[in-house]
Design a protein around this ligand. Structure first.
Ligand SMILES: [Zn+2]
Length: 360
């Protein structure tokens, strides 16, 4: 549904046009150049198999176990059309599908991304770049979409208007009547887990995000919205995205799957830091191995949380870096950190173990 003018970036509405397939990337005639480029990519793929990539540009690894093809793998000669805003306040992650091209091979993906770029940056949409921060292909490849998304949070665009506070991950394919492949689901979970780490998004069962919408065709600007921290596009806009068959999985299963990826990444405690006894510890001739006390000092960054950032007003205390104590200097910071990490790991494992259903 390419001609919905209400999808234009920043358009104030009237939004409501009824159910509208999300982000329909209608097949477009391929240019001779695109066909040739795809042929070259295909030839490279054949020549170098079984390298993991069918693409000439090497993937980068933002976190161990996750490889992402940078935008340069598909975007040669396709610059952004204007400035892209940073998304300074990521509170949840939004899952899309392209509603197209379900049966692609990975070698087709650069050409597909170029067609999405053309669709998104022209005509009714005229956004400044491809809408999504990341895309996932049928073979499990992850691709940087919107420029700069590997380096940090870039504000996306979406059919129906982008209400904000999110990062967008889009599966390539139409999942109205079929499920994504197992490889695509596994890759989706990994990229979501990484983004949840990067932006301190909670993935405990039932986690939600609350924010004031910047405007979509479901949540007008100014309206307070609460949604799951991993949501499908239809929860934020009036759209069929990410497909009737796939959406129940997004709603009911995906957060658990992402959490299990994050749990698996939490390394076991390996270091114990002991520091001098504090004034709250009774004097003793023993070495400084006193049991942790209620009052400790220092800052502990939870395992798996890669970077600290300033606490957001109203953020739950469990989000982001854990600040332990702060007053009485010098105690067993390391032991406390390990205890915290083990408790969190154990809690996460419990909730995953409660979950009897395997992914498709
Ligand atoms: Zn969508």
């Amino acid at each position: 549904v390419a001609a919905n003018l209400d999808e234009r970036k920043g358009g104030p509405g009237p939004w409501h046009r009824g159910l509208d397939m999300c982000d329909r990337c209608a097949p477009q005639p391929l240019s001779r150049r695109t066909v040739l480029a795809s042929a070259v990519v295909g030839a490279v793929a054949t020549a170098f198999r079984p390298l993991p990539s069918a693409v000439a540009v090497a993937a980068v690894q933002p976190v161990p176990g996750l490889e992402v093809f940078p935008r340069t793998a598909w975007g040669e000669g396709m610059p952004t059309k204007g400035p892209l805003a940073r998304e300074d306040d990521v509170r949840f992650l939004l899952v899309h599908h392209t509603a197209s091209d379900t049966s692609h091979r990975q070698a087709d993906v650069p050409g597909l991304l170029r067609s999405y770029y053309r669709l998104h940056t022209s005509g009714a949409r005229s956004w400044n770049d491809i809408a999504y921060n990341f895309l996932v292909d049928r073979e499990g490849g992850v691709w940087e979409g919107r420029a700069g998304s590997l380096a940090g949070a870039v504000r996306g665009d979406a059919t129906g208007g982008n209400q904000g506070f999110d990062q967008l991950v889009c599966l390539i394919g139409d999942f109205t009547s079929v499920m994504p492949s197992a490889a695509a689901l596994a890759a989706l979970e990994k990229v979501l887990a990484w983004l949840a780490d990067r932006h301190h998004v909670e993935t405990a069962a039932g986690s939600t995000a609350t924010f004031v919408s910047r405007g979509s065709n479901r949540w007008p600007a100014g309206q307070e919205v609460t949604v799951p921290t991993i949501s499908g596009h239809r929860q934020l806009s009036v759209t069929g995205c990410p497909g009737d068959t796939f959406f129940p999985y997004v709603r009911d299963r995906l957060t658990d799957r992402v959490r299990s990826v994050r749990v698996a990444r939490v390394p076991p405690p390996t270091t114990v830091t002991t520091v001098a006894p504090t004034t709250t510890t009774p004097p003793t001739t023993e070495p400084a191995t006193a049991a942790p006390t209620a009052t400790t000092a220092g800052t502990v960054v939870e395992s798996g949380a890669p970077a600290a950032r300033p606490a957001r007003p109203g953020a739950s205390p469990s989000r982001g870096p854990v600040i332990v104590g702060g007053a009485a200097g010098g105690a067993l910071v390391g032991v406390t950190a390990i205890a915290l990490a083990m408790r969190r790991r154990s809690a996460l494992r419990r909730s995953v173990a409660d979950d009897p259903v395997d992914p498709p």
